[in-house]
Design a protein around this ligand. Sequence first.
Ligand SMILES: [Zn+2]
Length: 331
Amino acid sequence: MVSSDVFQGPLGHLRAHQFSGLLPGPRLIVLGGVHGNEVCGPIAIRRLLGELERGERVVSRGLLTLVPVANPMAAARGTRQGERNLNRRLVPSAHPQDYEDHVANVLCPWLAAHDVLLDLHSFHTAGRPFAMIGPLDNAGPLEPFAHADAETRLAMHLGPTRLVEGWLESYARGVAQRRARDPSLGFETGPAYGVGTTEYMRSQGGYGITLECGQHQDPEAPEVAYRAIGQALALLGLTGDTLMPPAPGFRLLTLADVTDRLHPDDRFARDWSSFDPVASGDPIGTRHDGTVVRAPADGHVVFPNPRAEPGQEWFYFARPGYRAQIPTKSN
Ligand SMILES: [Zn+2]
């Protein structure tokens, strides 16, 4: 019997380039283009690919898999997504409903077959590069994890000195608030909807980092991505790249709360950039009914989106974080 999926499924393919060292070692997968309008990853990966193909670099240990474009439909359109955000609810699906479900069915087994993921992204508004890292080691229900030390060490070697933790927890709190406002909401209000590439990687026993390499059009962003791949290769010992020491000072932020935009007239108090510091009580925005939304404590505004759809994430609030491994600096 031939499933009708065969005829109704999307056209196209995912392409991976794989280099296997002749000595055993860690298995690293590098993704670009999970969001189709973010070109730094594809540019950096293709640059590295050229070097590997010309023999200018050699993978002598372990396994390196390069996926320059993880979402071909979105990349062909130059948009963030094809039919939905690939970096949400990233799980295999027995009954794929949309393009990204089909992509996930190929991509998830690839991720599960590796130990480490480096996922290269860029962002909309101006700002400095940063890395998103996972939780500390824990056996809790939301995101159990056992590789925090290795993941943190990788983050410290990738280049950018801003680290953000707490994504899935703050997302889960946010969707709980959303569901409390409207119990009729569907799957988009479950914590599983917050699972992207790195969360899926951790669920499969690996670890991974989302590296936000700069603004979408910033010519430095592909350089940030390229250097980060080289340092990941060096740290994991896959190539003979020289491992550089971590930068002397990091800033670690813990995502604490997410605030949804509720009405088209909800407005920010000013044009926030990600990581702008705020003091407790500072106005962040004003609701359409005049209610002022204030900073709940001293901290930072993160991922502000002045054009968020009502009911979607408007901004995150983050507090300074602490990990013994990370040499932090104050402002
Ligand atoms: Zn992205």
